[in-house]
Design a protein around this ligand. Structure first.
Ligand SMILES: Nc1ncnc2c1ncn2[C@@H]1O[C@H](COP(=O)(O)OP(=O)(O)O)[C@@H](O)[C@H]1O
Ligand SMILES: [Mg+2]
Length: 324
């Protein structure tokens, strides 16, 4: 099986399935929901494995036209394998098993496991019932209790990091884009990592940032961009210079699943912690190199702002500027 997916990474197997299967007419509503969820999940897993949208549609139809994949013992093609594991994920969830642990224990290639983990993490709220997610304090929507909880997490994280990490609201995050925008880039796939990195490098060179400093800043930027690809979708990078405070802002936005409040301390503070088969060093590195890290997050996406100070003399305090 591992060999099959290692092969799959290199050459996509040609699947002869040009005709769409006919859909069954008489089935219960819950059966149909199950097949739809399984098909949707499979389509997403396919997307994260690099399949194109036509292949994704085939997976979806294949799910609607097949009652169960649980009998599959031999993984003859990618589609059957993806659908088999989509069904498994939904079953694990129904059986109250820890879906993440189950995926991590599979004897499958790391690429395949990470595609399953990403599909689970991003689509948890659509297909599986969600955990308590961070809600930014949109005054009209949040209950008093949620607001208090959010503020407690913000203050604890701020104190634990000696003022380096701060949860901010969406409006506060937007205000950081008001400085002098140096460059902007889209983050969709792995090839966008070097593209954005080079774009940022050119901007930092124009600003006259010294080389050693620049290299460490770019390393940290790469970690944040990589996270957008690994853990989220549809990212964007913006580089802003604030002349007044001599600060550079690397703003990385995405439409990912966001960070739940309860997971925030582990994900940000615990070295080596990862929800994927990954090193869990990204935030550790960001915390080592960046002067400040701001995070605005909700179930529909996150904005991470990495702040670097060009000249130490003019360090501005984050809490005075943005969290009044
Ligand atoms: N943009 C993001 N959106 C949602 N979750 C994220 C994002 N970036 C990171 N995370 C979460 O934070 C965890 C820690 O990130 P990181 O320290 O970079 O480790 P790694 O990327 O190796 O998992 C990730 O495993 C993931 O669960
Ligand atoms: Mg990372």
């Amino acid at each position: 099986m591992r060999r099959f997916f290692d092969q799959f990474k290199k050459n996509s197997v040609e699947i002869n399935q040009t005709e769409q299967p006919s859909l069954p007419v008489d089935e219960s509503y819950s059966e149909l929901i199950k097949k739809t969820n399984r098909g949707f999940l499979a389509k997403k897993i396919g997307q994260y494995l690099g399949l194109d949208s036509l292949e994704g549609d085939k997976l979806f139809y294949f799910s609607l036209s097949t009652s169960s994949f649980s009998h599959v013992t031999k993984y003859e093609d990618q589609h059957t394998t993806i659908l088999y594991f989509s069904e498994k994920m939904l079953d694990w969830y129904d059986q109250n098993l820890d879906v993440v642990e189950q995926i991590k224990n599979l004897n499958m290639s790391m690429i395949f496991q990470n595609a399953l983990l990403k599909a689970y993490e991003i689509h948890q709220k659509d297909l599986f019932s969600s955990k308590l997610l961070v809600n930014p304090p949109k005054k009209s929507q949040q209950s008093q209790e949620e607001k208090i909880e959010w503020k407690i997490y913000r203050d604890v994280m701020f104190s634990a990091t000696h003022g380096q990490f701060l949860l901010i609201t969406e409006n506060e995050a937007a205000s950081y884009k008001k400085g002098n925008i140096f460059c902007e880039g889209i983050i969709k796939e792995s090839s966008d990592i070097p593209i954005n990195r080079n774009m940022a490098k050119e901007s930092l060179e124009k600003m006259g940032i010294n080389k050693a400093k620049m290299m460490s800043w770019l390393l940290v930027l790469s970690e944040a961009i990589t996270n957008t690809i690994k853990h989220a979708e549809n990212g964007k990078m913006t580089l802003v210079e604030n002349h007044r405070t001599n600060e550079i802002y690397f703003i990385i936005e995405d439409n990912g699943p966001g960070f739940s409040l309860e997971d925030l301390p582990k994900k940000i503070l615990l070295e080596g912690y990862s929800t994927k088969r990954s090193m869990g060093q990204g935030f550790t590195l960001m915390r080592k190199m960046a002067n400040k890290i701001l995070l605005s997050t909700s179930p529909s996406g996150s904005t991470i702002i990495l702040i670097f100070v060009d000249r130490e003399a003019k360090v501005g305090r984050v809490n005075e500027e943005s969290s009044a």
